[in-house]
Design a protein around this ligand. Structure first.
Ligand code: PLP
Length: 449
């Protein structure tokens, strides 16, 4: 007989993404019931600090009434209208204008989707369309980076550089290439400075583009700081050197700001924190603080001009999603952007990040920890079996996952990502809650050591 518990109903009915399915049949889910500020409470009444902002997205916590009110207002006026073929709504126009105003480099137009994966797929298609418009359709290869994460649709997963997202899915697609992850701690050579490491990676990219043929390489995708790859910060000089190579070969740079956009690294954009000057930007998550699904693609004027020229030749620009520029999602995003500005949320990240970083950094002395890295409210703690050789634990022992679970038992949500643990709390976290994050995480580390 089937039990009526939420656990059993979930096991019987739902397929969970990014989940070990056979393990799920044994453990079932933790069912979350309500959110208050940066805390989340499960159906057993246990409360946790949401130290990962959900999936790096609930930047304003879980009970921001202004966002709920913005959604309700728009629902009452116009809950949906489409954006295809010369139709628009006011919230979409307003949001596009604001994004162009705050963009880290001059951008020309904004195209909306509902998810980060869709934004990156759209970026790939526009890159192809742009070069096709210039009479160079063979310039179409896309370069991503090992451990980069750009989504799970077929194309965005192809840019992604995580093998478990490719395995048994026949991915990556042809013409998607990957270069070394810019993680100095793991990929740097013993006798190399950070700057030399960056030079080596830029040379590697240059050599790859030359070997493939610059006329066949269209774009390079990069998260300003890598999220799912383990909260990896770029090494000194990295983007400056990479950008020189890309410019030389007329390869477009797409900054995936899905995690880093809207304050996560202490500035509005990760591009500002790390000196990235992209031709296109994709963003999502904190755009609406995750209260509604929405993503945006910002494109530069030259890209727009070649698209327009192509549209004059071949007619309509043949791309778009039913829910692109959804007016309720755009109304929520407009309100979220107002809150970030009016309440000084993004301006406050530097001090909160300094507090969190100041507490986490000394954990580098812990026997399980090889490196503590991060900026703003985006931190990674590298778990190692051997601090001298930097060897990670055998994946079968799942030590990072055990630390994650021990932290969860302590009332802290953090996330094991490969050999690292990520901590990225909502931007509205209070100083006393930052102290609690550190305390609960340290206790978890001690329990597993
Ligand atoms: N790009 C980055 C950097 C991400 O972290 C994610 C999701 O975590 C995506 C793209 C994909 O976004 P979505 O899950 O909304 O498709």
């Amino acid at each position: 007989m089937l039990s009526n518990s939420l656990r059993d109903r979930d096991i019987a009915s739902q397929l969970h993404p990014q989940t070990n399915l056979s393990l799920h049949e044994k453990t079932g889910p933790v069912v979350m019931a309500s959110g208050q500020g940066v805390e989340i409470t499960d159906t057993n009444g246990k409360t946790y600090i949401e130290g990962m902002s959900g999936l790096w997205c609930t930047a304003l916590g879980l009970s921001e009434s202004r966002l709920a009110e913005a959604a309700t207002r728009q629902m009452g006026v116009l809950p949906y209208y489409q954006n295809f073929a010369h139709r628009a709504t006011e919230p979409g126009i307003q949001l596009a204008e604001t994004l162009l105003e705050i963009a880290p480099v001059p951008m020309s137009k904004v195209l909306f989707q509902s998810s980060g994966s869709e934004a990156n797929d759209t970026a790939i298609k526009l890159v192809w369309y742009h070069f096709a418009a210039q009479g160079r359709p063979e310039k179409r290869k896309i370069i991503g980076r090992n451990r980069g994460y750009h989504g799970t649709s077929i194309a965005s997963a192809s840019i992604t550089g995580l093998p478990h997202l490719h395995r048994d899915f026949h991915l990556p697609l042809p013409n998607f290439l990957h270069v070394t992850c810019p993680h100095f701690y793991r990929e740097g050579k013993p006798d190399e400075t950070e700057e030399q490491f960056s030079t080596r990676l830029a040379n590697e990219l240059d050599a790859l583009i030359i070997a493939e043929g610059p006329d066949t390489v269209a774009a390079f995708f990069a998260e300003p700081a890598m999220g799912t790859g383990g909260a990896v910060m770029p090494p000194k000089g990295y983007f400056e050197k990479i950008q020189k190579v890309l410019k030389k070969h007329e390869v477009l740079l797409i900054a995936d700001e899905v995690i880093t956009g809207f304050g996560r690294t202490g500035n509005w954009w990760g591009c500002q924190t790390f000196g990235v000057e992209p031709d296109m930007i994709t963003c999502a998550k904190a755009l609406t603080a995750a209260y509604m699904p929405l993503s945006a693609l910002l494109i530069s004027e030259p890209v727009y001009q070649s698209m327009k020229a192509q549209s004059e030749k071949i007619g309509v620009f043949g791309h778009g999603y039913t829910y692109g520029a959804h007016p309720v999602a755009c109304a929520v995003a407009n309100e979220a952007l107002r809150i970030y500005e009016e309440d000084g949320i993004i301006a406050g990240v530097a001090a909160k990040g300094a507090q969190l970083g100041g507490l986490l950094t000394p954990l580098a002395d812990h026997p399980l920890v090889g490196e503590v890295r991060g900026t703003g409210l985006m931190w990674g703690i590298e778990i190692v079996a051997d601090k001298v050789t930097r060897a990670p634990f055998d994946p079968a022992r799942a030590i990072p996952a055990k630390v994650q679970e021990a932290a969860f038992a302590q009332g802290l949500v953090c996330r094991a990502l490969g050999s690292a643990i990520a901590i990225a709390p909502p931007l509205v976290i209070r100083p006393d809650q930052i102290d609690a994050v550190h305390k609960r995480f340290s206790t978890a580390l001690d329990q597993i050591a």
